[in-house]
Structure formats: structure tokens, C-alpha cells
Design a protein. Sequence first.
Length: 304
Amino acid sequence: MTKSLQDKVIIVTGAGRGIGREIALLCAAEGAKVVVNDPGVAADGSGTSAAPAEEVVEEIKKRGGTAVANFETVAEAIPASKIVKSATDHFGKLDGVVNNAGILRDMIFHRMSVEAFEAVIKVHLMGSFYVSHAAARLFREQESGSFVHFTSTSGLVGNYGQANYAAAKLGIVGLSKSIALDMSRFNVRSNCISPFAWSRLIGTIPTETEAEKERVKRIQQMGPEKIAPLCAYLLSDAAKDVTGQIFAVRMNEIFLMGQSRPIRSVHRGEGWTTQTIAEHAIPALKPSFYKLDRSADVFSWDAI
């Protein structure tokens, strides 16, 4: 049986642990040659270690696959471009990029430092841009390629204490859609996955109340291996007609997520004043307002 990623070269950032690790392992099992990128930082971005990436490479090789470790950060343009160069230097080409690397610096908004905001934006949003931008010219020249970016319901829906993370993750949605629009003429695809899975980043969620403890207990049942199959599919030729979409994966569920579109309008022939907006426009629109929901409010049923 032909493997879905046979002889493709795939970069997976943040592949030393969690979701990234499972994606790298599955891509290799499906026949891809994998660049396992991970500088081995802590959940907040501090420190470095070669061990996580090297351990994943060793595991891939033990299973008969092909992989190389890369320890560059995605948070700066030149190091990020070296991740792409690692793929071409070792394997001679590049077919897919998985932008999975991430850190967390959670804090309620009025207490969040500028440094904490910028650090998260740099890794998630700028990192996704830097790696994608370095790969885009290769994909343009060969007229093929697939990007899979990782977003989050923190950005798509909302969550407490994650203004930096939410801003980055919703920014990634805009980045992915723009890549899909700009590069579809070159047969280059770009999609997003919003994962529900237990990882060390999710492990930073507060567990002070009984409700929080119960929520974390439910999330712990959702293994990162559940995310990998959709990612591998989106990298494969079987997904040649799939681009510009946002998917969510929760246990054995796959969701196609909505994208912003008009839902209701009001019109006044003579135009609007502040008074008529207050008297007419907002009362007419208000029934369609979104509540201040969090991800847990929207996905309120147990994972299946």
C-alpha cells in the first residue's frame, strides 16, 4: 500500500514534544523525510536543549524512517530561514511545512507585560511567517507545496488571560488565508488546524478551582496523536483541492470552523448619526451579537 507522504520532505517546527512530535512520527511513518525542528525551550520560551529534537529523530530512525534534527528558533528571520535550508541541504527539496512551534506567557490583560506579549507574537505569528516566507520561494519555483499552520480556539473563540496567544493565533488565520489566496495559482496550499489535545503548554492552565480541575482532566484524555492524521492528510497529494480552510480536531471529531462573514445589516437612507445608531442600528443588530464566550462555553459537550 502506497504511503501518503512517500518521498516528500516535511518540516515540523516545535517537533520535540507533544503535538509536533506526533506529527513528525506519523509523517515519517507515511514515508516522508522529516526535519524535526525544536530548540528545546521551556513552555515559556526560556532555555534550550538539543535532547527533544534528537530523541524524536532517534525514534523515527528506530522505526525505519528518515529524519534530521534542527535546533534553530523560529522567532527570528535568519534562524528560521536556516530551518528551510536544512531541508534542502539534507534532502534536496521541500514539500511541506508544519508551523507548530509555540510558547505561552499567560496573564490577565492589564497585568501582561509588553515583553510577554511580544515574545508570544514572535514565536507563533512571526515564526509562522518567517518559516513560511523562506519556504514560499521554493514552493513558487517548483509550483507545489503545502503549509499547515496551528491556530487555537483561544483566538477563534476566546479565553481568559491569553491576549498575546489569542492575537497571535487569530493572526495566523489571516496569514494562512493570504498565503492560500496569493499562492493558489502556483498549486501551493495553506490551511489551519485548531487542536484540542493535552500538551505541556495546556499544562500551564490554572487548576485552582474544581471547575478548572475538571476541565483539565477532560483535556488530558485528548492525546496529541489524535491531531497528527489530519495534518498528514493536508500535507499529502490527496488534499490537493483543500486550501484556505480552518479545521479543529478534538479526540475523534473533526470540525470545519467558520470564517468571518456578515450576519446582519441595517440601512438608513439619509445616513447615520450617533443618536440614530443608538436608537435604531444597535437595537436591530444586538440580537445577533456574540456573547463573551470562551472555548469551553462553545465546545460544552464531552469529547468523543
